[in-house]
Design a protein around this ligand. Structure first.
Ligand code: ABU
Length: 373
């Protein structure tokens, strides 16, 4: 664009970074070219802390207290590892380059000012790293056990940086006691949602954000506060608009089992948590996720059964979905998508599914707007 109205001529050159930068991802649906898939190797119950209380299923809180600092059962880790290998194989067959983090010794305790913790895992890159365009941001976690989790991804981050990506880190939080409400208790049914973190300093998990080009949807949660969302908005600048939405979720942590944009104009919602479609999705087709069919006796350490919504779009049509989730597979076909089934129920036990287990590093596409003004 040449500005001819002033004596100084300015020129804006739109550079399409799709072919020049190793990191390039603006939304959840452009054709996927490169992805990081997490690992369950070294996964351990973290040190107990108040921040875990509101987000663990009630029947798991005691298990976490009793096993703090011990590895997750070896047979569960092995079953999840086998499913991750199947997932990697499927992605590669679909033409996607797969990268893996290093596993970490999560039994080793570490300290910061005034506290000590052991680690959790490097299974869910979606929680700790946020890709926006050509940039990867290391998120400031609210969980002490996740303080050093991004170290497992550092070899990859260094490589991407050397090849031209922007690599940033949000302000390292202190995670002192001021960041938590130690009086947190379960709210009564008619009471509003109560969050365990305060506004002492910015914290956020990437999984509380979902990207739709210039518009990014966010939720406040038990790990993401207003301070963190504001930090991200200012960091990203005016090219992006973060919309903070509130859902009917008494224990919010991560948006990707609540509201999942699948393609331009196509939105998957959790019918329990999203009773009314937010007005910014005016004109979009809205699909209600089928009720999950995960049996009651299947251990879910850190998630609700709505993890069945945690799908991964390979492009605007192909979508990776849990192989046993027949209602979801049928619904996806009905809605015009092409399901790519993969066993993942044992991985689900660790708190995530295909979206959580991945970080889409490269999608073939550019920054665009998808909302009607
Ligand atoms: N990122 C996992 C979210 C799980 C849930 O909201 O139930």
């Amino acid at each position: 664009m040449i500005n001819t109205h002033t004596t100084v001529k300015t020129e804006t050159v739109i550079v399409d970074t799709t072919f020049t930068c190793p990191v390039n991802s603006f939304n959840e649906w452009d054709p996927l070219e490169e992805v990081i898939v997490g690992t369950v190797d070294g996964a351990s119950f973290p040190s107990w802390h108040i921040a875990l209380e509101p987000v663990l299923p009630e029947n798991q809180r005691e298990t976490f207290r009793l096993n703090a600092g011990k590895p997750f059962p070896a047979e569960r880790v092995a079953a999840a590892r086998t499913e991750l290998e199947e997932f990697v194989h499927i992605l590669e067959c679909e033409g996607v380059k797969v990268r893996r983090p290093e596993s970490m010794d999560n039994l080793k305790s570490f300290s910061a000012l005034g506290w000590t913790s052991t680690g959790l895992y490097t299974a869910m890159p979606r929680d700790v790293l946020l890709v926006v365009g050509n940039e990867i941001i290391e998120c400031p976690p609210a969980w002490r056990s996740r303080y050093f989790e991004t170290c497992g991804y550092r070899p990859l981050l260094k490589e991407y940086f050397r090849e031209g990506a922007k690599w940033s880190m949000a302000p390292k939080p202190e995670l002192s006691d001021e960041q938590y409400d130690y009086t947190w208790t379960e709210p009564e049914e008619d009471e509003p949602t109560r969050l365990v973190i305060t506004e002492f300093e910015p914290t956020f998990d990437a999984a509380d954000f979902t990207r739709m080009g210039r518009d990014i949807i966010a939720q406040k949660s038990n790990v993401t506060n207003d301070f963190g969302i504001e930090w991200l908005q200012r960091h990203l600048g005016d090219q992006y608009r973060i919309h903070v939405l509130e859902f009917n979720d008494p224990h919010p942590m991560h948006i990707d089992a609540t509201l999942v944009p699948m393609a331009p104009g196509k939105l998957l919602i959790n019918p329990e948590r999203v009773p009314k479609v937010p007005s910014i999705f005016k004109g979009w087709d809205v699909f209600h996720a089928p009720t999950p069919i995960i049996p009651d006796d299947h251990t879910l350490y850190m998630t609700s059964k709505w993890i069945n919504m945690n799908i991964l779009m390979l492009d605007e049509e192909r979508v990776v979905v849990e192989r046993q989730d027949e209602p979801m597979i049928s619904a996806l076909k009905r809605w015009g998508f092409k399901p790519v089934p993969c066993n993942f129920r044992n991985f689900n036990s660790f708190g995530g599914s295909f979206h959580c287990a991945t970080l889409d590093v490269r999608r073939r596409g550019r920054l665009e707007s998808y909302l009607l003004d």
